[in-house]
Design a protein around this ligand. Structure first.
Ligand code: PRP
Length: 186
């Protein structure tokens, strides 16, 4: 698959504008700042999709915080489906025992990746662990996951942009859009 030179031409519809995302991220930051007041939070970003969300969210949280980065990939999945078998490509750089951890994700789809990650991170004895997801696609959920913070609930559409890719492309779009079927069926 090769994206068009004009990435926006591959987008059928803008689901969330840059302004809508920025406003919601600011709200989430305010809510997290209030909820964790008096505590130091550790944000754990799950690469690569959560990169823009993490970068924007952390600057909207008015608390001392640390960040860490993980990267995972699912075994045996396809470009559009995760398998639930997760391989850790990059683990945490520092211990999280006794820390208040907020796992930052771009999208929760089947929930399989997060289900694995939550179990894995709970094994490292954090004081607390919650999830902050920009996008929630509940129609696709296979396992129930407690989501502490959600930016937007979205329909079951193939979305790209603001970190989300198809074939590693489109992550740098500043909005979240629905990909034209022609862009992934070819
Ligand atoms: C996406 C997303 C989650 C996962 C969600 O990552 O960042 O980690 O899929 O899907 P699930 O709920 O069905 O498990 P992806 O594997 O696309 O990697 P990326 O972040 O590097 O794009």
């Amino acid at each position: 698959m090769k994206a068009s030179q004009d990435m926006k031409a591959d987008v059928a519809e803008v689901l969330l504008t840059e302004e809508q995302i920025a406003a919601r991220v600011a709200e989430l930051g305010r809510q997290i700042s209030a909820d964790y007041a008096g505590h130091e939070v550790t944000l754990v970003s799950v690469l690569k999709g959560s990169l823009p969300f993490m970068a924007d969210l952390m600057r909207r949280i008015d608390l001392p915080l640390r960040i860490d980065l993980m990267e995972v990939s699912s075994y045996g999945g396809t470009a559009t489906e995760s398998s639930g078998l997760v391989r850790i490509l990059k683990d945490l750089s520092a211990p999280i025992d006794g820390r208040d951890v907020l796992l930052v994700e771009d999208i929760i789809d089947t929930g399989l990746t997060l289900n694995y990650l939550l179990r894995y991170l709970k094994g490292k004895n954090p004081r607390s662990i919650k999830v902050c997801a920009l996008l929630d696609k509940p129609a696709r959920r296979l396992v129930e996951i407690p989501l502490g913070y959600v930016g937007f609930e979205i329909p079951d559409a193939f979305v790209v942009g603001y970190g989300l890719d198809f074939g590693e492309v489109y992550r740098n779009l500043r909005f979240v859009g629905v990909l034209r079927p022609a862009a992934y069926e070819s």
